[in-house]
Ligand binder design. Structure first.
Ligand code: F6P
Length: 531
C-alpha cells in the first residue's frame, strides 16, 4: 500500500494550489465527478479530485482489498476480530435476500421472525391506550432511533416518542414530567443491558411508573442481546426483542433498536426504511468503484483527511429534520474509525478518521460558517439537500433553503479575491489605506472543497439509503486504514474510572489514589453539595 499512499501524496503536492474552479473549464467536469443510485445523487465535483487522483484513490482501495473484505462482511465472517464477531447489520434489512450464515447457521429466519414480532407489537401499541413512548438507551441504542423519529416526523402517526439517554437526572426528570404513567410505554434499549446510564434511568422510570399507577409488567419492553438480564429486570419475554452480537450498537437501528421508530411511523413505513438500506447494500455490492456512492464518499474522505491532512469534516444537512444526523454520524464514524492501531496492533502511521461535526443548514450559517469560509483551517463540507420538502404550501421556504445550500458550496469554491474586495469597498466609498484594510477583511480564500448529496424527498426509503450509505462509507475508510471499525475499546477506560470514582463522589471512600486535580475537584463538589 505504501506506493499507493505515496502516489496520492504526489498528486496532492502537484494539485494543492490548483483552483477547484479551474476544473470546470472542462464542460464534462460536473457529470464526470458525480454518481447516482436510484434517485440518490452524489456530486463531488467541487473537490480537487481529478481523473488521475480518482484513479490513484481507486488503486488504493483495490490494494486494500475492499472487494474481498466487503464479501467477507456480507458473508458473515468474523471481521470484528478483537471481539471475534461477524458484522451483519445488513442482514437486518435483507428483506427478501437469501440466507446469511454465521458459523454455518442461517440467521435470516430468526431475523425475519423478530421483525414480524416487532410489527405485531408495534401495531398493538399503536392501537392501544398508549399515548407516549419513552426510549431509554444511550449511544447506538438512542442516537439512531432518536435521529430517525425526528427525520421522519411527517410519517409519524403513532404515539409521541421521547428519548432519554443521559444519566443526568435532569434528562429523565424533564422527560417524565407531564407524562401519564398509565398511558406510557417505556422501552429499555441496551445491547448489553449493563450500561450504567441506561440501567440507572430504567430503574428510575420503573419506580416512577409504580408510584404513579402504571404497570411496569405490561408497560415495559426491552431490546437487547442479553435476554437473561431483561428477565431479571422483570420484563416479560413477550415484550423482549432480542438480537445477536453480530449487530454493533451504532449499526443497530435496523432491528429491535428501531422499535420506537416502528411504533412512531408504523411497520409499513419502517419496511420502506429497511428497503432503502437494502437498496444501498445492493448498490454497494454491485456498482463499479467509480460509480459506487459509498466507495466514492469514502475516497473523498480519505483524500481530505489522510492525504490532504484536514482534521475534521462538517456534515451539513439542509434539512431541518436531519438536525440530529451530525450527532448520529459522530458516533457512527468516530466510534468506528477513531482508532490508533491497525488490525495487527501496530500503530497507525497516518491520521485515523477525522472529527465529524455539523448542524442543519441554514442555522450553521449563522454560527460557525464564518470559520469555514475565512478561518485558517480547511473544513471539507458535506452538504445534503432534498429536491422538495413535505410542506408544499411553503415551497418558497424550500426554494430559499436550496438556494442557500447551493450558494454555500459555490462560495466555498469561488471565494473572493482581494481585487474584488477592493472594488466592493471602493463602491462603498472607501479610499486609501482604509479601503485596503477593510478590503482584506472581506477576502475569501476560496478553493474549499465540498460534496453535495441530493435526494428527491426525505421519506423512509431515502433515509434508509442515506444511513446505509454512511455505514458503508465508514467500512471502506476503515478497510483502507487497516483498522477494526467495529470495536470500541476507547470507551472503556473512562467507564472503569467512573466506576472507581462513584464511591469517592458519594463520600464512601477517599480520593487518596487520585491525582491532585481530580482530588481537588471531588473536594469542591463535596463542599458545595446541599448548600
Ligand atoms: O459507549 C460505548 C457503547 O458501548 C456504544 O458502542 C453503544 O452504542 C453504547 O455504549 C450503548 O451500549 P448498550 O446498547 O449496550 O447499552
Amino acid at each position: 500500500m505504501t506506493q499507493h499512499w505515496q502516489a496520492l501524496a504526489a498528486r496532492q503536492a502537484d494539485t494543492a494550489e490548483r483552483p477547484i474552479l479551474s476544473l470546470f473549464d472542462d464542460p464534462g467536469r460536473a457529470p464526470a465527478f458525480s454518481a447516482q443510485t436510484g434517485d440518490m445523487f452524489f456530486d463531488y465535483s467541487k473537490t480537487n479530485i481529478d481523473a488521475e487522483t480518482r484513479a490513484a484513490l481507486i488503486d488504493l482501495l483495490e490494494a486494500a482489498d475492499v472487494e474481498g473484505k466487503r464479501a467477507a462482511m456480507f458473508s458473515g465472517a468474523a471481521i470484528n476480530d478483537t471481539e471475534g464477531r461477524a458484522v451483519l447489520h445488513t442482514a437486518l434489512r435483507n428483506l427478501d435476500g437469501g440466507p446469511v450464515f454465521v458459523d454455518g447457521f442461517d440467521v435470516m429466519p430468526g431475523v425475519l421472525a423478530t421483525l414480524e414480532r416487532m410489527r405485531v407489537y408495534a401495531n398493538h401499541i399503536r392501537g392501544s391506550e398508549i399515548t407516549d413512548v419513552v426510549n431509554i438507551g444511550i449511544g447506538g441504542s438512542d442516537l439512531g432511533p432518536a435521529m430517525a423519529v425526528e427525520a421522519l416526523a411527517p410519517y409519524h402517526d403513532g404515539p409521541r416518542c421521547h428519548f432519554v439517554s443521559n444519566v443526568d437526572g435532569a434528562h429523565i426528570s424533564d422527560t417524565l414530567r407531564g407524562l401519564d404513567a398509565k398511558t406510557t410505554l417505556v422501552i429499555v434499549a441496551s445491547k448489553t443491558f449493563t450500561t450504567i446510564e441506561t440501567m440507572t434511568n430504567a430503574r428510575t422510570a420503573k419506580a416512577w411508573m409504580q408510584d404513579h399507577g402504571g404497570d411496569p409488567a405490561t408497560q415495559f419492553a426491552a431490546l437487547s442481546t442479553a435476554e437473561e438480564k431483561t428477565k431479571a429486570f422483570g420484563i416479560p419475554a413477550e415484550s423482549v426483542f432480542g438480537f445477536e452480537d453480530w449487530v454493533g450498537g451504532r449499526y443497530s437501528m435496523w432491528g429491535p433498536i428501531g422499535l420506537a421508530l416502528m411504533i412512531a411511523i408504523g411497520p409499513k413505513a419502517f419496511d420502506a426504511f429497511l428497503r432503502g438500506g437494502q437498496a444501498m447494500d445492493q448498490h454497494f455490492k454491485a456498482a463499479d468503484w467509480s460509480e459506487n456512492l459509498p466507495a466514492l464518499l469514502a475516497l473523498v474522505g480519505i483524500w481530505h483527511a489522510q492525504v490532504c491532512g484536514h482534521a475534521s469534516r462538517a456534515v451539513l444537512p439542509y434539512d431541518q429534520r436531519l438536525a440530529r444526523l451530525p450527532d448520529y454520524l459522530q458516533q457512527l464514524e468516530m466510534e468506528s474509525n477513531g482508532k490508533g492501531v491497525e488490525m495487527d496492533g501496530t500503530p497507525l502511521t497516518r491520521p485515523s478518521g477525522p472529527v465529524v461535526w455539523g448542524a442543519a443548514g441554514t442555522n450553521g450559517q449563522h454560527a460557525f460558517y464564518q470559520l469555514i469560509h475565512q478561518g485558517t483551517r480547511v473544513v471539507p463540507c458535506e452538504f445534503m439537500i432534498a429536491a422538495e420538502g413535505h410542506e408544499p404550501e411553503l415551497a418558497h421556504h424550500h426554494n430559499l433553503l436550496i438556494a442557500n445550500c447551493l450558494a454555500q458550496s459555490e462560495a466555498l469554491m469561488r471565494g473572493r479575491d482581494i481585487d474584488a474586495a477592493r472594488e466592493k469597498m471602493a463602491t462603498a466609498g472607501f479610499t486609501g489605506s482604509e479601503l485596503e484594510r477593510q478590503a482584506r477583511h472581506r477576502v475569501f480564500a476560496g478553493n474549499r472543497p465540498s460534496t453535495t448529496l441530493a435526494y428527491p424527498k426525505l421519506d423512509p426509503f431515502a433515509l434508509g439509503q442515506i444511513i446505509a450509505l454512511y455505514e458503508h462509507r465508514v467500512f471502506v475508510e476503515g478497510v483502507i486504514l487497516g483498522i477494526n471499525s467495529y470495536d470500541q475499546w476507547g470507551v472503556e477506560l473512562g467507564k472503569e474510572l467512573a466506576t472507581s470514582l462513584q464511591p469517592v463522589v458519594e463520600g464512601r471512600s477517599d480520593a487518596a489514589d487520585k491525582d491532585a486535580s481530580t482530588a481537588q475537584l471531588v473536594s469542591f463538589v463535596r463542599r458545595h453539595r446541599g448548600r
